[in-house]
Structure formats: structure tokens, C-alpha cells
Design a protein around this ligand. Structure first.
Ligand code: SF4
Ligand code: SF4
Length: 247
């Protein structure tokens, strides 16, 4: 697991480097602090390995506690966009749940805080990291145009190499541990990472709308519980790997 997390950090650094390069090239910030417009109509997806990373980085902080509480509230909230409780096996095969899933994705991300900042900023999904540097549609983005840009066309910083590395990374993760590659909503996977037993029970009790758990196989949600237990106990990541008996 440590190798997978280290590689994820390298990809995150790649996005940060791309952001810095773009800023230098256009001469303006790529994102306005406190704007949050992108997050107002977007509950993103991420993968289990990203959720594990977020928990390991934020472990023991009030921010993680707050994020978990928000995630639980979001899971239990009766969104009009996601009202079905038909059991997760139905998934995208059901046209109604598929539509609810599509609608839900366009609602506000629960991790956008009252100051319009991201509660989990440094561990936010790669898709969110990419957005600041790859957002080409600028209808909604209020950041000023920089050098070489127009009001309707902002530059993109992502490199084909970085994109390719991401694709390879997800494939490597899945090959190593299928669980790590599972994708679902950010609050869903964060909550499951910290509270796997409660999550499983909420799903079994049909308290969570089906559209919110698409992509999650609750039968394997206890799979990496030893890793989290060890992290909670303050054991070093290397020992976590040894204890979990993987890699
Ligand atoms: S809309 Fe533009 S300025 Fe606002 S958060 Fe998104 S990228 Fe940043
Ligand atoms: S995780 Fe953070 S950056 Fe991503 S949509 Fe939510 S608030 Fe915005």
C-alpha cells in the first residue's frame, strides 16, 4: 500500500507542478481563493485508494472528524435527486437510479465549506486537482484571463504524460488490489474508509439512497480495516503494510 500511496503523491505533485507552470505562463492565479464555483454543481468521484490516502493524511485531525460527520449527513440526507432505496445491486441498470445518479452528481459537493473552501483541500480527488489546471470551459469561471488567454478560452496545463500516468496508475492499483480501484462519490468512500461497519449497516438497512452507493461493494468494505486500525493506533505506515500482509 505504501508504494501505491507514494505514487499517488507523485501524481498529485505532478498536478501541482502543472498548476505552477500554468500560473507562470499566464501570469495570473489559476483559481480564485473562496470562489468554489466548480464545487457548487459537482459531487465528484474518486477511488478507494484516494480515500485511504485522505484518511491517512488527515488522521487524528478535527477536519477528518468534521468531514466524516458531513459525509454521514450527506449519505442520510433525502436528496430529491436521489430518492430510491432499492438496494445497491440495482445500480446503473435501473434507468431511474441512473437518472438520480446523474442528477446527484450536479448538486453541491458537501465538502465545500462555509467560506467556499475545500474542507479536504490537500487530499481532494485528482479530478478536483486537475480541474484548476485543466478547466477549459470558462463560462462559469470568474478568474481573469491571463497572457495568451481570452475571456472565453483559458489555457490547459495537463500534459499527455501526466494523463497517461494516471491511467496506468489506476490499472496498477486495480491489479494489485481490486478494492483500491473502486470509484464512487467522495463522501461515500471517505465515510466507508473510516466507518466501514456503520456504512455497511446503513446500506443493509436501506438508509442510503441507491445512487449514492453505486460503485461500492459493501461485502468487501471491511477488507482494509486492519490498515486503518493500525493507523489509528499510531503504528507507522510500514508496519501497517506488514500487519495487513500485503505488498
Ligand atoms: S470556477 Fe474557476 S476560480 Fe472558481 S473555483 Fe473553479 S477554477 Fe477556481
Ligand atoms: S472535494 Fe473539494 S475541491 Fe472537490 S468538489 Fe468537493 S469541495 Fe470542491
Amino acid at each position: 500500500m505504501i508504494k501505491a500511496l507514494r505514487e499517488l503523491h507523485q501524481i498529485q505533485s505532478g498536478f501541482e507542478a502543472a498548476d505552477t507552470m500554468l500560473k507562470q505562463s499566464i501570469g495570473v492565479e489559476t483559481c480564485i481563493s473562496g470562489c468554489g464555483q466548480c464545487c457548487m454543481h459537482n459531487v465528484p468521484y474518486w477511488r478507494t485508494i484516494e480515500a485511504i490516502n485522505a484518511v491517512s493524511v488527515l488522521l487524528g485531525t478535527d477536519r477528518l472528524k468534521k468531514a466524516v460527520s458531513i459525509a454521514e449527513g450527506w449519505l442520510l440526507e433525502h436528496h430529491k435527486e436521489a430518492a430510491s432505496y432499492e438496494g445497491m445491486q440495482v445500480g446503473l441498470a435501473s434507468p431511474r437510479i441512473h437518472q438520480e445518479w446523474l442528477d446527484l452528481r450536479l448538486t453541491q459537493c458537501p465538502f465545500l465549506d462555509e467560506k467556499r473552501a475545500c474542507l479536504i483541500h490537500e487530499v481532494r480527488p485528482l479530478v478536483c486537482m486537475a480541474r484548476g489546471v485543466t478547466l477549459s470551459a470558462v463560462e462559469e469561471c470568474p478568474r481573469p484571463a491571463g497572457r495568451g488567454e481570452t475571456l472565453t478560452q483559458h489555457q490547459i496545463a495537463i500534459s499527455p504524460r501526466l494523463r497517461q500516468r494516471m491511467i496506468e496508475y489506476w490499472a496498477e492499483c486495480k491489479a494489485k488490489n481490486q478494492e483500491w480501484g473502486i470509484a464512487s462519490f467522495v463522501p461515500t468512500l471517505l465515510y466507508r474508509a473510516v466507518e466501514p461497519v456503520k456504512f455497511k449497516q446503513l446500506v443493509l438497512d436501506n438508509q442510503v439512497a441507491s445512487a449514492k452507493v453505486i460503485g461500492v461493494d459493501y461485502e468487501v468494505c471491511l477488507f482494509w480495516q486492519p490498515d486503518l486500525d493500525a493507523l489509528r493506533a499510531g503504528i507507522s505506515p510500514d508496519l501497517v503494510v506488514a500487519k495487513a500482509g500485503r505488498m
